[in-house]
Design a protein around this ligand. Structure first.
Ligand code: CMC
Length: 378
């Protein structure tokens, strides 16, 4: 057997062959199925981009209409899932609620027919349609309110924002939110996608695939960083405090949230687009002083760490956008999951097409031939 060098975090080790997305970390390029992210953010919608990622090509008008229609009419969740969610502690994190609810879908749709394209499509539609409803339902129920029924006359993003606070959103907010979903939907072999593919490779159901990926996305080194960015900006409090804060982090060798990336060694192209979206929102709905702090942070981090390739990543500006929309901080990562579920499903489908179970090796660095010590001699 070939012996490979051990790379912590599997850095640089290909875990799959994939045609779903591509990143050039030196040039700051991200493409979905070959199309640049900037073009999709300008011209596409989240559901069209999801279709592109999952089925490999942009849909025709009829295909898109049919897909949008199916998603629209599968948004409702079973009352027993709602009842289950009502029993979740309101102090629990919405990512944990989402992971449990996504896994619970597997109880209701337990048929597993992975070679049947109809099963694949139904599962894709069900997950993309119901994940936002579950996130919104938990948000309302933890405040002691009944969940709001989805509105069939609203499109995907407008309906989600409506379900969060029973108010039809401003069209600019809905469009900006939709673009945020496009930016967060897919990103090559990141930790949660790897998790999804490992789970998929065992030929389990897609609900277990998504639930495992949601669990992985929640950590502060991955999707959870967007919440920590806002907490950090709150802690810094003013532009004058930025430099001392960063110097202190560097001295303690603490990570500055929202900066750095395994692949990007320049500014993440998604961060650039999100920054522009944040500015559009500030122009229409008023400035946010945290944006001044964020911009100063970007300047100081570039000065101190630019030579190491540490620049803002997607999580640095996404929180500011969601904050301006009035979305609670602990929903930022569940919203990341709403988007990323389509990316995970694209990888699920690709993994199934050429499946081999993941079973890597390890470098054993423990003992051998140890004799058992009886308990009274230890
Ligand atoms: N602040 C300060 N120093 C940093 C940072 C940071 N945010 N990120 C990396 N570095 C330094 C690190 O200290 C190390 O320096 P040295 O070589 O002197 O020891 C060097 O850069 C390499 O860092 P690493 O931790 O080995 O890099 P990694 O590829 O293992 O980790 C990362 C990538 C994203 C986990 C890391 O940059 C980080 O923890 N960033 C903060 C958390 C964050 O914003 N996460 C969101 C990631 S993007 C969205 C997503 O994937 O979900």
């Amino acid at each position: 057997m070939m012996v490979c060098e051990y790379k912590p975090g599997l850095e640089g080790i290909p875990a799959a062959q994939s045609s779903i997305s591509y990143v050039d970390g030196q040039k700051g390029i991200l493409e979905y199925r070959g199309i640049r992210i900037e073009e999709l953010a300008e011209k596409s919608t989240f559901l069209e981009t999801a279709y592109l990622l999952i089925w490999g090509e942009l849909p025709t008008k009829e295909e898109l209409k049919a897909f949008e229609h199916e998603v629209r009419y599968h948004r409702r969740i079973k009352y027993r899932i709602r009842d289950m969610m009502k029993c979740f502690p309101e102090s629990g994190h919405p990512m944990d609620a989402l992971q449990a609810s996504a896994a619970a879908l597997g109880l209701f749709y337990s048929l597993r027919d992975l070679h049947n394209p109809v099963y694949i499509r139904d599962s894709v539609v069900r997950l993309i349609a119901t994940i936002p409803t579950m996130v919104a339902a938990f948000q309302l129920m933890r405040k002691g309110n009944d969940p709001v029924r989805p509105r069939d006359d609203l499109d995907y993003s407008a309906n989600f924002l409506y379900m969060l606070d029973e108010k039809e959103p401003d069209p600019l907010m809905a469009r900006v939110f939709d673009i945020c979903l496009i930016l967060q939907v897919e990103h090559t072999m990141n930790a949660s996608t790897f998790s999804a593919r490992v789970t998929a490779s065992t030929l389990t159901d897609p609900y277990a695939v998504v639930a495992s990926a949601v669990g992985t996305l929640g950590g502060p080194l991955h999707g959870g960083a967007n919440e920590e960015v806002i907490q950090m900006l709150e802690k810094i409090g003013s532009v004058e405090n930025v430099r001392p804060y960063i110097e202190d982090c560097l001295q303690r060798k603490a990570k500055i949230m929202g900066f750095g990336h395994r692949v990007y060694k320049v500014k993440d192209p998604r961060a650039t687009i999100l920054q522009g979206l944040a500015e559009q929102l500030f122009e229409k709905f008023g400035h946010d002083k945290f944006y001044d702090i964020a911009q100063e942070m970007e300047r100081v981090v570039e000065e101190k760490l630019g030579s190491k390739g540490i620049y803002p990543n997607i999580d640095f500006y996404s929180g500011l956008v969601y904050r301006k929309m009035g979305i609670p901080t602990d929903l930022f990562t569940p919203i990341f999951a709403i988007a990323r579920v389509a990316g995970w499903l694209a990888h699920w489908k690709e993994q199934l097409a050429e499946n081999r179970i993941f079973r890597p090796t390890q470098v054993y660095n423990g003992l051998h031939e140890v004799t058992y010590t009886p308990i009274d001699k230890r």
